[in-house]
Design a binder for this molecule. Structure first.
Ligand code: HEM
Length: 619
């Protein structure tokens, strides 16, 4: 396999060509310069990287210029299709560290030894926008973590919201079509404030709980390091004796929850479209590593049968006040990728990637996801061998009889590409074999979950669409409730279809009449009758864990936060120092901002350099 040299940090001789073009050239000829030469992909050294091969100084370009052709050919094919959803994302490497072994819950190898670190790669994303869209739209954030365990890769592909819009994967293409830019006009980009999204949502009352979360401040995280993550679905843990326990996964940020308000997010979108990516990069560069605890809610079949909602319904949570979240480890992100494309862009997370000790449930949304990711990644990354791309490759042995295909990087020896075989009897390489003991075996579902008949049907236990939406709204701090109402007014104001706005207000009546009235007032429209419901909303106890403000995960601290110190000509250096010292004492990071990037002359005449210019560094 061709090897690539790491880029040199040497100085080169600079020369100007006849047309004054700059040539940076390797000056020596010795072995010391071996890693400095620019070559083609065939390893041929290049003599001139500024000019094409021409017939005469001002003449036609010659087709035989293989250096030019190769360079342009490769450039022409640099782009690959972006992800159909979650196209805009930022990622980092790190590790997961287990607090305590969990053998009674799961046999998964990464959960067996307290203190052990498992390498991870985590990618955070927005959902609706393209790869080049801004970081701060009002949108759900993806929270995908690849654990490179000793027994294979486990991908926990979650979001920063614990519920989802739809209950059945059959509706996913419709949901995504409705939220993406409208098919005829090609806008809006990265925004749900438009007709087709609200048309679909208003006809899908199962989305109401998710809509409450989406319109809340949760979708305006201040930093990727100040948001929670959720596995959403109910999964199973399976221990060595084959006992299954239901599990829901949570990521809780060490820095606590913090969001921006809408006006900030709007301003940031213009002044710093890469706000979250830059923040993640800078945190890691300055050693302020983002950290989350991994928490689990575990329960048995008896709880599942007695709970007010179906645990297979991904539009419902199990409140933490009913089943507390137990912290089992922490994830620290401490290394930015070397190359954005090679790692972040080519990473392929897939909920079907699980390890022995973790298993699926019959959640109908999860089951659809198990097909979708592998399929789309084959098309996005171009070959069935995308698992060999370093960022996707497991860090444990991979041995099977799969062969060939586009971009095959492995060179297996011998002729054993099938089994059973008896080539070992002829002293030839015989290849790997299955293991009943250590291999992945699917948990046998109890009979009452799957009765065997083939049905296209939605279970009745999925029919309550409003109780938890109401519970969410009632659990918020009143400031958050006001933000949520304003968000609905903003979004519905951008809806041109009057019947869609009306239908949505009818649905909101089932969540909370006061909320529906606020939205109607904000729109300046009469409040329609409540929509019909299959199941009337129950009054559930509020869950304080759902709110950010004054909730259990708000941290009133400057730790891990930047504090802008504004100064200009004539500012008092003593005052600046006092503020700087106070911010540092509170573990915050002072950032000096002045009207001009060159800084300003303080009282006494000393120039203070600025970290950022006022208009270009919004918070
Ligand atoms: C609970 C519901 C869901 C969650 C939490 C979720 C989460 C995610 C996340 C985090 C990503 C980005 C992965 C990355 O960073 O590369 C993603 C991508 C994707 N999701 Fe989902 N998703 C959900 C539902 C679905 C459903 C129902 C489908 C289809 C039936 C689906 C199809 C996809 C596809 C096709 C991608 C792009 C994958 C790629 O190109 O690499 N998702 N999803």
């Amino acid at each position: 396999m061709a090897t690539r040299k790491t880029p040199t940090t040497k100085d080169f001789a600079s020369e100007r060509g006849e047309g004054d073009e700059l040539h940076q050239r390797v000056s020596g000829r010795g072995a010391a310069d071996a890693d400095s030469y620019l070559t083609t992909n065939q390893g041929i050294r290049v003599s001139d990287n500024q000019n094409q091969l021409k017939s005469g100084k001002r003449g036609a370009v010659l087709l035989e210029d293989f250096v030019l052709r190769e360079k342009i050919f490769h450039f022409d094919h640099e782009r690959i299709p972006e992800r159909i959803v979650h196209a805009r994302g930022s990622a980092a490497h790190g590790y997961f560290e287990l607090y305590k072994a969990l053998p009674s819950l799961t046999k998964a190898d990464l959960f067996q030894r307290a203190g052990e670190r498992t390498p991870v790669f985590a990618r955070f994303s927005t959902v609706a926008g393209g790869a080049g869209s801004v970081d701060t739209p009002r949108d759900v954030r993806g929270f995908a973590v690849k654990f490179y365990t000793r027994e294979g890769n486990w991908d926990l592909v979650g979001n920063n919201i614990p519920v989802f819009f739809i209950q059945d994967a059959m509706k996913f293409p419709d949901l995504v079509h409705s939220v993406k830019m409208e098919a005829d006009r090609g806008y809006p980009q990265a925004a749900s404030a438009h007709d087709t999204f609200w048309d679909f949502i208003s006809l899908m009352p199962e989305s109401t709980n998710m809509i409450m979360w989406k319109m809340s401040d949760r979708t305006l995280p201040r930093s990727l390091a100040t948001m929670e993550g959720f596995g959403v679905h109910t999964f199973r843990f399976v221990n060595a004796k084959g006992k299954s326990t239901f599990v829901k996964f949570h990521w809780k940020p060490k820095l606590g929850l913090q969001s921006t308000i809408w006006d900030e997010a709007v301003k940031i979108a213009g002044a710093d479209p890469d706000f979250h990516r830059r923040d993640l990069f800078e945190r890691i560069e300055r050693g302020d590593y983002p950290e989350w605890e991994l928490g689990i809610q575990t329960f048995d079949q008896e709880f599942a049968d007695s709970f007010a909602f179906d645990v297979l319904d991904p539009t419902k949570i199990i409140p933490e006040e009913i089943i507390p979240v137990k912290m089992i480890g922490r994830m620290v992100l401490d290394r930015w990728p070397d190359n954005f494309f090679a790692e972040t862009e080519q990473s392929a997370f897939c909920p079907a990637n699980i390890v022995p000790g973790v298993d699926f449930t019959n959640d109908p949304l999860l089951q659809g996801r198990l097909f979708s990711y592998l399929d789309t990644q084959k098309s996005r990354l171009g070959t069935a061998n995308f698992h060999q791309i370093p960022i996707n490759a497991p860090k444990c042995p991979v041995m099977n009889f799969q062969r060939d295909g586009m971009m095959q990087m492995l060179q297996p020896k011998g002729r054993a590409n099938y089994e059973p075989n008896s080539l070992n009897e002829a002293d030839e390489v015989t290849g790997p074999r299955e293991s009943a003991l250590l291999g992945f075996s699917t948990f046998e579902e109890p009979e009452h979950d799957a009765d065997g008949s083939k049905l296209r049907i939605r279970a009745e236990s999925f029919a309550d669409h409003y109780s938890q939406a109401r519970q969410f709204f009632h659990s918020l701090h009143e400031a958050e409730q006001a933000h949520l109402a304003s968000a609905l007014v903003f979004e519905l104001s951008k809806v041109g279809l009057a019947h869609v706005r009306n239908r949505m207000m009818g649905n909101l009546q089932n969540v909370d009449e006061g909320l529906a009235q606020r939205v109607a007032d904000g729109l300046g429209l009469p409040l329609p009758k409540a929509s019909a419901t299959a199941v009337a909303a129950q009054e559930l106890d509020p869950s304080p864990a759902l709110r950010i403000v004054e909730g259990p995960r708000q941290r009133k601290t400057l730790e891990g936060r930047c504090v802008g110190i504004l100064f200009s000509d004539g500012s008092d250096p003593a005052e600046i120092n006092t503020v700087r010292a106070a911010v540092e004492a509170a573990k915050g990071k002072p950032v000096f901002i002045s009207p001009k990037i060159g800084g300003a002359k303080l009282k006494g005449g000393k120039l203070l350099a600025a970290d950022g210019q006022l208009a270009g560094t919004p918070s």
